[in-house]
Design a protein around this ligand. Structure first.
Ligand code: ARG
Ligand code: ZN
Length: 875
């Protein structure tokens, strides 16, 4: 049951038109479809095989002739009709049960509304169809439902008819003029309110913009609407892309497996990525909304107008669209900080995926369940791969190349290769070797040696590359890697860069293109030994190994003109120190924090008028999970103890400076989501985070005061999380206070669950188990599952990896409980344990035992089977 890219075949039939009508009832839904089919002339005469799952077939007619039972076969996942003409109409009626759909794929009920999620293969749970992205059809949709309960009935495209029926029901008809694959189909029905706005495109089209939400959320939509308009403008300015329908709708639903979905003209969103008010949402939430609203909007061109030939090409739309949303967010906020956040996420999650048993290329070769391939590799590494091409082509070259892509492939279902071809054709560059980034999994490692010859003023860098073996892929050829570089003099100025053989320097920052396994670059006219600054801006998703002394890193942390590399130097410095402390601890020695580190930290802390958001990034310690990834074998307790010890030492040594920083940056005035305000809050909350490690009364009072001031959710939650992680007597009271205030707001309650699940306290697992019986918690709501269980297993390493294995058993229990309800979410949870081989023997055995237990479960979903099986199998 593995599907391979190499087996791709064009469809045997095309479906030019589909007319759907839905009749929604309290117990079931009737779906009638009329398909206009045409045989693909490229293929032999063969039967028609349509996809369909969990459908009750009521009737079937071919060109108005009812089919007799012996003329077709209904399987568990298909409908086969042996004899069909080359061109015909198929009419089909089925009954489906959205009320019982807990997998949240296809048509389902969320609260009192109906909605759909069809990507990747949910449409086959609505009606029989060729459920594959290279079959593009024109859709019309009529929806009939009781008017009092479902006054709002939505689908893709334009509303063309509305009628009141006699029995208290009403009917609407929508028409989408753009042919689309069925994964972009959407339907929504409910008692919804909306906010409206309008947007005039560059060429003068008036677009009606609407955000639909449940009535109580109508005051939380403004930020989403503003983000949408910003995204529309940005896509016109940066890619020359305009919106193409007269209406653009967004609907927020509470039960949703992922972030959001780009259905043509009718995006369906996890309410987490729509709803925000300063008192209910954090800065991070506001930024998440801006990014996801833009992401789905950008899909209208990169995904909908040009879609994927097959699901192996998923990164064609996702990698490109993530790159687009990252750049949009960079333009809306603080570019440098956005880049750091994106690389931090990539290194923490994608590098780990690439080093584990689920490693796969940006364009995978095979899958069992496609839902398991909506990964950080396909999305975030895919975005890095597009970013590198943009970098190699330069701004003008990249714009020419994307213009060509839109012109050449509009209306088509294409491959990542087609995309790269456009990059090549528009620029004249050869990117054959670059395609390895799509073909091979694993994070390449660069080893760098430097040498300086004072007599000839020549500085040389020798860079070799290798990529580790990954499941099914060994001995990979070298990659084409852009390495952005600068060289700093002793004052921290960038030196002019001239390579041997060049007549003059070419700027102070340039891109070295690696292609061979080992290459040397000679810089001439370098008057003193420089400090190298490599991979500026995170120019390639690789690991860098270079023997740089601590003083050199401290120098770069203070002086690198590339803000990203200041952060990177600080991270590496902290990482080295913490891992050294872990070794000291393991050897039974004292953990030492050198005075030099504290001084470097102090200097950065007090560098007054700096970009505060960048400062907060530079001063954040690497996460425990990431630190563990850097070890031969993860020392769970050691990493936690060392990191906490360092945090405490910094807090004690810099107590006064940190207090001063908190006091100088109090919130005053109105809440604004401007980069400077976000920077101020993040730096203050980081200082508070350090201070709480000092355990001083003053720190606790500052934290309580911030909680009580209740200025905005960012600050309230930062304080609450610190209290929840502490042993302060006020802890329980603060948690109870927050609960009583926010009990009726599901999204805020998700945060309340998460801060408790994150606490590195010995009783956290028991707390989490207890919270599962909280009236607001539900295993059927993915946000709740992620907030409580996902946070505990994914963001609390010291408690999840308890030596007694209770955390692992808890995860397996939850996964098995969830699998019959929602396999997609269950599989995502189980992934949190897939790097089990990185731990000590005792923990390995405990985790392995849980994977085996999962595999023994009868009736396991394909989703869960694939994760458990692959986690165990790869060495
Ligand atoms: N295309 C959506 C996005 O914007 C994600 C949908 C994923 N859905 C799924 N069931 N795997 O990224
Ligand atoms: Zn997407």
């Amino acid at each position: 049951n593995t599907i391979y890219l190499k087996d791709y075949q064009p469809p045997a039939f095309f479906i030019e038109q589909i007319d759907l009508s839905f009749d929604l009832f309290d117990s079931h839904t009737l779906v009638e479809s009329r398909l206009q089919l045409r045989r693909n002339p490229q293929r032999e005469a063969e039967p028609l095989v349509l996809d369909g799952e969990q459908l009750e077939l009521l009737s079937l007619q071919l060109d108005d002739r009812p089919l007799a039972a012996e003329e077709y076969r209904v399987g568990a996942t298909s409908l086969t009709i042996d004899q069909v003409p080359d061109s015909f109409e198929l009419k089909c009626r089925v009954r489906i049960l959205p009320q019982q759909n807990t997998a949240l794929e296809g048509l389902y009920q969320s609260g009192s509304m109906f909605c759909t999620q069809c990507e990747a293969e949910g449409f086959r749970r609505i009606t029989y169809f060729l459920d594959r992205p290279d079959v593009m059809s024109r859709f019309t949709t009529s929806i009939t439902a009781k008017r009092s309960a479902y006054p709002v009935l939505l689908s893709n495209g334009n509303l063309v008819a509305e009628e009141l029926l006699e029995d208290g029901r009403h009917r609407v008809r929508w028409e989408d003029p753009f042919p689309k694959p069925c994964y972009l189909f959407a339907l929504v029905a409910g008692d919804l309110r909306d906010i409206r706005d309008s947007y005039t495109t560059a060429s003068g089209r008036e677009v009606d913009l609407r955000i639909y939400v449940e009535p109580e959320n109508i005051d939380k939509c403004e930020h989403a609407m503003r983000s949408l308009k910003n995204a529309m403008r940005w896509d016109e300015q940066h890619y020359g892309r305009e919106y193409d329908l007269d209406i653009y709708m967004i609907v927020a639903v509470n039960d949703f497996n992922m972030g959001a979905m780009e259905n043509k003209g009718l995006n369906v969103f996890n309410s987490k990525y729509v709803l925000a008010r300063p008192d209910t949402a954090t800065d991070q939430d506001f930024q998440g909304i801006e990014g996801v609203i833009a992401h789905e909007y950008f899909h209208n061109w990169t995904g909908n107008r040009i879609t994927c030939r097959d699901w192996f090409q998923l990164s064609l739309k996702e990698g490109l669209t993530v790159f687009r949303d990252q750049e949009f967010s960079a333009d809306m906020g603080s570019r440098g900080v956005k880049r750091i956040e994106d690389v931090r996420l990539l290194r923490a999650h994608q590098f780990a995926e690439d080093a584990g048993p689920m490693a796969h290329p940006v364009r995978p070769d095979s899958y069992i369940e496609i839902n398991n391939f909506y990964t950080v590799t396909v999305y975030e590494k895919g975005a890095e791969v597009v970013r590198m091409q943009a970098h190699l082509l330069g701004p003008e070259g990249y714009r020419k190349a994307t213009d060509l892509y839109f012109e050449r492939h509009d209306g088509q279902a294409v491959t990542t290769d087609d995309f790269v071809k456009c990059m090549e054709d528009a620029s004249g560059r050869h990117l054959e070797q670059f395609r390895h980034w799509y073909r091979y999994a694993g994070t390449p490692v660069l080893e760098v040696d430097e040498s300086y010859d004072a007599a000839s003023q020549r500085y040389s860098l020798t860079i070799s590359q290798h990529c580790p073996d990954t499941p099914g892929q060994r001995n990979k050829p070298p990659f084409h890697i852009p390495v952005a570089i600068g060289l700093l003099d002793a004052q921290g100025n960038d030196l002019p860069l001239q390579l041997a053989g060049e007549v003059a320097p070419v700027g102070t920052q340039r891109v070295l293109e690696l292609r061979d396994q080992i290459e040397t670059f000679h810089f001439v006219g370098i008057p003193e030994r420089p400090v190298p600054s490599l991979l500026r801006g995170g120019s390639a998703p690789v690991k860098l190994e270079m023997a740089l002394s601590d003083p050199v890193l401290m120098f770069r942390m203070a002086h690198d003109s590339d803000g990203f590399n200041r952060w990177d130097a600080a991270q590496l410095l902290a990482q080295r120190l913490i891992l050294k402390m872990v070794e000291q601890r393991a050897a039974g020695a004292q953990m030492e924090v050198p005075a030099g580190f504290i001084d470097a930290f102090r200097q950065t802390l007090v560098s007054a008028d700096e970009d505060q958001a960048l400062l907060a990034q530079v001063l954040s310690l690497p996460a425990e999970g990431y630190l563990g990834d850097q070890m031969e074998e993860v020392d769970v307790e050691g990493v936690h103890a060392a990191r906490e010890r360092l945090r405490q030492q910094l807090a004690e040594s810099l107590h006064d400076e940190l207090v001063a920083l908190v006091e100088a940056n109090r919130e005053q005035g109105e809440y604004r989501i401007e980069p400077a305000d976000i920077g101020r809050r993040s730096l203050r909350n980081l200082a508070l985070h350090y201070l709480m490690a000092a355990g001083s009364e003053q720190a606790l009072q500052l934290c309580l005061a911030q909680y009580q001031a209740g200025h905005n959710m960012t600050d309230v939650l930062a304080a609450l999380a610190l209290l929840a992680a502490s042993d302060a007597p006020q802890r329980t009271e603060a948690l109870a206070d927050f609960e009583s205030r926010w009990r009726d707001d599901p999204l805020v309650m998700d945060k309340w669950f998460a801060v408790q699940a994150m606490a590195p306290r010995a009783d956290t697992l028991e707390t989490v188990q207890g919270l599962m019986s909280h009236p607001v918690f539900s295993m059927r709501n993915p946000n709740k599952v992620r907030g409580l269980i996902g946070t505990f297993c994914g963001a609390n390493p010291i408690q999840f990896h308890r030596a007694d294995g209770a955390g692992y058993r808890f995860l397996a229990d939850r996964v098995l409980e969830l699998d019959p309800l929602n396999p997609q979410v269950a599989a995502r949870l189980l992934r949190l344990m897939s790097c089990w081989r990185r731990y000590d023997g005792a923990r390995q055995a405990l985790m392995k035992g849980q994977f085996e237990r999962v595999l023994q479960q009868p009736g396991l979903s394909r989703d869960l089977f694939e994760i458990a099986e692959k986690s165990l199998e790869a060495g």
